[in-house]
Design a protein around this ligand. Structure first.
Ligand code: FES
Length: 352
């Protein structure tokens, strides 16, 4: 389309000729900036007593948050994990979870509600129109931003309303305590439990299959017998944990075939007792080769020589199996003469 074909009403008027080059005055612009509505003062802006009331409400919410955090910690300490309560309409739920959820939720809610109320009633609500500007800031702009920031800080009354400021600091500082307290759920420290088993001097060796105390005559050459400490019963609540450390295997070897002097001394007439827990990653050892006196762990094929201090002759295990020192009681039963001399199980040595 040539310039002759442009409708006359679309051509610049004589008035537009006064505009800068390239710009045309727009008539009846439907997208014209309507401007900001006139600012209306809030009650808190003109009445210091109303401002004080708002300040107290905000402070109350922050204090409530602090109390909720304290209640969270108290609930964590005081309520037993197994206790349940009835909450309508949910039904029976864990009292501890309910208390922790409610108190932590209230602590966080109060901080948020206090901050919102503070912003809506006390901070400046003057709307400011700011023209778009180049992304690259001039030094003068930076100085203005800094001045605006300082003015904003002043208008938020953060420095002036010390009660709000201090209670906010308190509430925000205390909320993380809830997370720190929860770290306790990682469980009590094991202390020296990993270093000890249920074996101690005088404990009889009981056959795990017959539940009868073992006599030396019960251990035949070439057989592998599994034993547990007397007093440890299958129906005990902690049976698995106890046996996870105390599981024992017994073999009888001709004394002249035993190469390790300490092994011979810690046994009884060629009967030697070793931990059944593999020193690789803790599988139960269960395969015995009577000609060679080797025992094999089925998990990763670590092989231990029971005629030579149960040292590792093959596989990934890094340590010999711990030996239990045994003897015979006055009644003729096999008994432990103490606990294992070293921790049983997988590579506990390296961990300290
Ligand atoms: S657990 Fe025994 S070899 Fe891996």
């Amino acid at each position: 389309m040539s310039s002759q074909e442009i409708p006359e009403e679309n051509l610049p008027s004589a008035q537009d000729a006064d505009q800068p080059h390239g710009s045309v005055a727009v008539k009846d612009d439907p997208f014209a900036d309507p401007g900001l509505p006139p600012h209306e003062h809030r009650i808190q802006d003109i009445d210091e007593r109303a401002a004080k009331r708002s300040e107290r409400v905000v402070a109350f919410l922050f204090v409530l948050s602090m109390l909720s955090t304290i209640a969270f910690i108290a609930a964590f300490v005081a309520i037993k994990p197994g206790k349940s309560i009835y909450v309508f309409p949910i039904g029976h739920i864990s009292a501890l979870n309910f208390a922790l959820g409610m108190t932590l939720g209230l602590a966080l809610f109060c901080i948020g509600a206090g901050a919102v109320h503070w912003a809506r009633t006390l901070m400046s609500d003057v709307e400011v129109a700011d023209e778009r500007h180049a992304i690259e800031a001039e030094p003068a702009v930076k100085a203005k931003v800094l001045a605006d920031f300082k003015q904003g800080a002043q208008e938020s009354q953060f420095g002036r309303r010390k009660l709000i400021r201090n209670t906010l600091f308190g509430a925000v500082a205390m909320v993380p305590l809830s997370g720190i307290v929860l770290l306790r759920d990682l469980g009590p420290l094991p202390e020296d439990k990993l270093r000890h088993t249920a074996w101690k001097a005088g404990k009889l060796l009981v056959n795990v299959n017959t539940n009868e105390p073992l006599r030396p005559s019960d251990i035949a050459v070439g057989s592998l017998t599994f034993a547990k400490p007397e007093g440890v019963e299958e129906h005990d609540e902690d049976f698995q944990q106890v046996m996870g450390k105390a599981a024992l295997m017994l073999v009888r070897i001709q004394p002249e075939d035993i190469k390790d002097k300490q092994e011979l001394a810690w046994g009884h007439e060629g009967i030697v007792a070793y931990s059944k827990v593999c020193t690789h990653v803790g599988c139960p050892i269960s395969l015995y080769e009577q000609q060679t006196h080797h025992v094999l762990c089925p998990c990763h094929q670590s092989t231990f020589d029971l005629s030579d201090g149960a040292r590792v002759i093959f596989g990934p295990a890094g340590h010999a199996l711990p030996q239990l020192r045994i003897g015979v009681s006055a009644e003729g039963y096999l008994q432990a003469l103490g606990d294992f001399a070293e921790p049983v199980g997988p590579a506990f040595w390296e961990r300290g």
